[in-house]
Design a protein around this ligand. Structure first.
Ligand code: HPA
Length: 270
């Protein structure tokens, strides 16, 4: 993997991806942050050597380099998911590349279902901890110790200082920001009623199909990391309605302006 990482990094450096400080991964329905970026360079995923091959659906996936709130950043517009058939090493490969290019901080967003029924769709949740239910680890491969510690500590995977800044920013801008535990599942099917009940019993506040692999690798690489979920549906097992993906995307879009404010204001402080 080291050779591949070097090749990809060299390619992007040649393209002008020069000393970024911050990496940002944008989740489903959360692409508008890009309007806040003074774009210097952008490259389609399918042109980047050794990047996972984009599926038709994610043809639009792009790596963007630019300035946001005066800081050099790399933004992933679109991410790779386990449910698309990628491996966990594929899903997290871009995190390794962003780290190699120089980022010190990784900010992640996603769309998630609300397991905690005090949380409503269209609201945001700051991830304070997670439960990995994807059945494997992005660190479970031969040679992982050449890239970082195999037995990566996960006692505090989310950066406390960034999280405390997020809370202050939310307060100052009148944004409702819940705090909770995010559980990652494989998908792509949504959960059954029994699964939603289980997720609640084991301590999750939200559920989604991403983020945890990237957080694990960010910790493997000792990056500072924080993540925010947009809650797009309410997972009440006793009143469960059939899933409506259009609805999920629409609810993500509704919460997007608040997410943009949080990220932009936070970046100013980094
Ligand atoms: N379950 C899993 N992933 C999701 C959900 C959900 O209810 N909502 C948005 N992403």
């Amino acid at each position: 993997m080291i050779k591949y990482i070097e090749e990809t990094t060299n390619y992007l450096q040649d393209k002008g991806f020069d000393n970024p400080e911050i990496g940002i991964i944008l989740g489903t329905g959360l692409g508008q942050l890009i309007n806040e970026v003074n774009i210097i360079k952008e490259v389609s995923y399918n042109h980047i050597p050794n990047f996972p091959t984009a599926t038709v659906e994610f043809h639009k996936g792009k790596l963007i380099y630019g300035e946001i709130a005066g800081k050099k950043a790399i933004v992933m517009q679109g991410r790779f998911h386990l449910y698309e058939g990628y491996t966990l090493q594929d899903v997290t490969y871009p995190v390794r590349i962003m780290e190699k290019l120089g980022i010190k901080t990784l900010l992640v967003s996603n769309a998630a279902g609300a397991i905690n029924l005090d949380f409503k769709k269209g609201e945001l949740m700051l991830i304070e901890d997670h439960i990995n239910l994807q059945g494997s680890s992005p660190l479970a491969f031969k040679g992982v110790e050449e890239l970082g510690e195999r037995f990566t500590d996960m006692s505090a995977p989310y950066d406390a200082e960034i999280n405390s800044k997020f809370k202050s920013i939310a307060k100052a801008n009148n944004i409702k920001l819940h705090k909770g535990v995010y559980a990652s599942v494989v998908g792509p099917q949504l959960e059954t009623k029994a699964e939603y009940r289980m997720l609640k019993i084991i301590g999750s506040d939200a559920v989604g199909m991403s983020t945890v692999p990237e957080i694990i690798v960010a910790n493997h690489l000792k990056l500072k990391v924080a993540a925010v979920s947009v809650l797009t549906d309410e997972c009440d097992p006793d009143n469960l309605e059939p899933v409506n993906i259009a609805d999920i995307i629409e609810n993500a879009a509704k919460a997007e302006p608040d997410m943009i404010t949080l990220f932009k204001e936070l970046i100013k402080t980094l």
